[in-house]
Design a protein around this ligand. Structure first.
Ligand code: SAM
Length: 247
C-alpha cells in the first residue's frame, strides 16, 4: 500500500473513521479562542482540512473558509460537503495565499504531518505570513516525550452492510525528530475481512521545543486538550491545544 493510502485510496472511509469525533465542539473551542484573542475578522484557513469537517462548522458560524490539503481525493469530498468554501491543493509546509486570513486552524494533530523540524519551521513561517495582524493560529499537538507506544484508539461502526474497525496509535522510539502514526482499518462483509495498514511518518517535538519554534512569531497560549472548557495546560498531559496570536 502507498504511504498515506488512507487519504488517497481510502478517502471514502475517512468520515467513518472519524465518526466519533465531536467537530462541533472543537470548532466551538476555536471560536471562543478567536473571540478572546483574535482581531475580530471572519476569514479562515484550515490546514490539512481533509474532508472539511471543521470547515462545515466554521461556515455555519459565519466564517469565510478556505481548506488546504495535499490530497486531491480528500479535497474532492470536502468540496462536495462545503460547496461555498474554497479549496486548494498545497503542501502546508510551503503554502502561500493571495489574501491573508484572520484565523488559521490545523486539527487532529495534522501539524505533525510536517515531517521534520525544518518542515515544521517552514509551516509556522507560512502560517505567520498568511495571517492578518493580530490573527490567531490554533491547533492541537502531542508531546513526543509523553507518547505511550502501547496505547491506541479503536472504534467500530456499521456501514453499507459492512462492519468497520478503525485503530490508530502513536509510536515514538525515544530518539530523533520523527514519530509514526499507525493506522489500521478492517472491513468485514459476509464473513470476508479486508485489512489495510498505514504508517505515517510525522514530526516529533516536545511542547518545550514546539513553543520555542512558535515564540519568535506568536504570543503562545497552551491549553488543556479539553473541548468542553478552556483551561491552561497542566504541564503534564501529552496532548494540548495551542492558541497563537500573531505578533
Ligand atoms: C488526520 S487528517 C485530518 C483532517 C481534518 N483536519 C480533520 O480534523 O478531520 C490529515 C490530513 O492531512 C493531510 N496532509 C498530510 N500531509 C499534508 C501536508 N504536508 N500538507 C497539507 N495536508 C497534508 C492529509 O491529506 C489528510 O487529509
Amino acid at each position: 500500500m502507498l504511504p498515506n493510502a488512507l487519504y488517497t485510496d481510502l478517502s471514502g472511509y475517512y468520515d467513518l473513521m472519524c465518526a466519533d469525533i465531536n467537530y462541533q465542539a472543537q470548532t466551538n473551542t476555536v471560536l471562543r479562542l478567536a473571540q478572546a484573542l483574535g482581531n475580530g475578522g471572519k476569514t479562515h484557513l484550515d490546514l490539512a482540512c481533509g474532508t472539511a469537517p471543521h470547515i462545515y462548522h466554521f461556515l455555519k458560524a459565519g466564517y469565510q473558509s478556505i481548506g488546504l490539503d495535499i490530497n486531491q481525493p480528500m479535497l474532492d469530498i470536502a468540496q462536495q460537503r462545503c460547496p461555498q468554501a474554497q479549496f486548494m491543493l498545497q503542501n502546508m509546509c510551503e503554502f502561500t495565499l493571495s489574501t491573508s486570513v484572520d484565523l488559521i486552524t490545523c486539527f487532529l494533530y495534522s501539524i505533525h504531518y510536517s515531517a521534520s523540524i525544518a518542515q515544521l519551521q517552514h509551516c509556522i513561517r507560512s502560517v505567520y505570513h498568511a495571517l492578518t495582524p493580530g490573527g490567531v493560529f490554533c491547533f492541537n499537538a502531542v508531546d513526543k516525550d509523553k507518547i505511550c507506544n502501547n496505547s491506541s484508539v479503536r472504534h467500530s461502526t456499521q456501514h453499507d452492510g459492512s462492519q468497520f474497525v478503525f485503530e490508530s496509535g502513536w509510536h515514538y522510539s525515544g530518539q530523533g525528530e520523527q514519530q509514526a502514526l499507525n493506522l489500521s482499518i478492517s472491513k468485514t462483509c459476509t464473513a470476508q475481512t479486508q485489512h489495510w495498514q498505514d504508517q505515517h511518518t510525522m514530526v516529533a517535538v516536545s511542547f518545550t521545543e514546539l513553543e520555542a519554534l512558535l515564540l519568535p512569531y506568536f504570543e503562545v497560549h497552551i491549553l488543556a486538550h479539553d473541548y468542553d472548557k478552556l483551561t491552561p495546560w497542566d504541564t503534564q498531559s501529552g496532548n494540548a491545544i495551542f492558541a497563537c496570536v500573531k505578533r
